[in-house]
Design a protein around this ligand. Structure first.
Ligand SMILES: Nc1ncnc2c1ncn2[C@@H]1O[C@H](COP(=O)(O)OP(=O)(O)OP(=O)(O)O)[C@@H](O)[C@H]1O
Length: 284
């Protein structure tokens, strides 16, 4: 077989199926503490799915299970149509290069500059790229994440909270992922910074054709950018759908969450923004 006829390695394929993430009958536990029991969730390609639930309901653990960092006790997880739970180490590497993760707090290496942080996954998955090209790709990802170009040479300690999140995002985008995991990306940001980060997430999703798994407590984020929302409670995903669909369920947690004072404020703000957009379009 000539070089040209070699099959394309996994990491270069793009997923064409409808559901890049499928979780079925998941059980996770730490000792006696069962976090998830018979949890199922299907994520649609190209959507931003918001994952909500009270503190400690297992949102981050679910994300860690999907990306292979937490071994389930029972159940099956498929990403891009392949089992994560039963994948051989070689297969896992191929799949891992196709997602990017922004962990809570950014998880940047403090002794590396922002640019060097972005270079880490590039070095890991593409060790043969020469230094100059790798630096160039990292610089591009820094700009793509809305940071000024000179941020690439700064250390995380020199950045504001919002800039750190963007630096973490730049690293998550390093490998041109198809799937982006964001764990509470707007936590700790002021409302303007949070709104800008939301807008950036939406723009990146549209321009790069991403599917986004977004854990959040931020009701504005849910209203502004999520296509669907999955609600974790009672060790399961108790409901998944658009916000209007969720409002039709009669689960007390969902009702309190979306119809409580903060939920109503977020909804009112969304409606106000829509009204102002319409006025602007009508030339009022
Ligand atoms: N490595 C671990 N060892 C033991 N228990 C853990 C571990 N990681 C998570 N847990 C427990 O699992 C439960 C779910 O944790 P998780 O971090 O997923 O919650 P969460 O829904 O993301 O919460 P929050 O909204 O507060 O971030 C918690 O009770 C937590 O203490």
């Amino acid at each position: 077989m000539s070089d040209l006829e070699q099959p394309t390695p996994d990491r270069h394929e793009r997923f064409r199926g409808d559901h890049p993430i499928v979780v079925k009958g998941l059980k996770t536990q730490f000792g006696e503490h069962v976090v998830h029991e018979d949890l199922s969730l299907t994520v649609n390609r190209g959507e931003i799915i918001g994952v909500v639930g009270g503190s400690g309901t297992g949102k981050s653990v679910l994300m860690r299970a999907i990306i292979g960092l937490q071994t389930p006790t029972e159940g099956e997880i498929e990403v891009f149509g392949r089992s994560i739970t039963r994948a051989e180490p070689d297969e896992q590497i191929g799949v891992r290069s196709r997602w990017g993760v922004l962990f809570q707090g950014g998880a940047l290496f403090s002794t590396l500059t922002v640019g060097e942080n972005v270079e880490v996954p590039l070095k890991q998955f593409y060790p043969d790229i020469d230094d100059e090209l790798r630096r160039e790709i990292a610089r591009y990802k820094v700009i793509l994440s809305g940071l000024p170009e000179d941020a690439a040479s700064k250390y995380p300690s020199e950045l504001s909270g919002g800039m750190k999140k963007r630096a973490g995002l730049a690293r998550a985008l390093a490998l041109d992922p198809e799937l982006l995991f964001l764990d509470e990306p707007t936590a700790g940001l002021d409302p303007i910074g949070a709104a800008k980060f939301d807008q950036l997430t939406r723009e990146l999703k549209e321009t790069l054709g991403l599917t986004v798994f977004l854990i959040t407590h931020d009701l504005d984020t849910l209203y502004e950018i999520c296509d669907r929302v999955a609600v974790l409670a009672d060790q399961k995903v108790i409901a998944v759908g658009t916000i209007p669909e969720l409002l039709e369920t009669d689960h007390p947690w969902i009702d309190e969450y979306f119809n409580g004072p903060r939920g109503r404020a977020a909804q009112a703000s969304k409606e106000r923004a829509k009204y102002m957009d319409k006025r602007a379009q009508d030339g009022a």
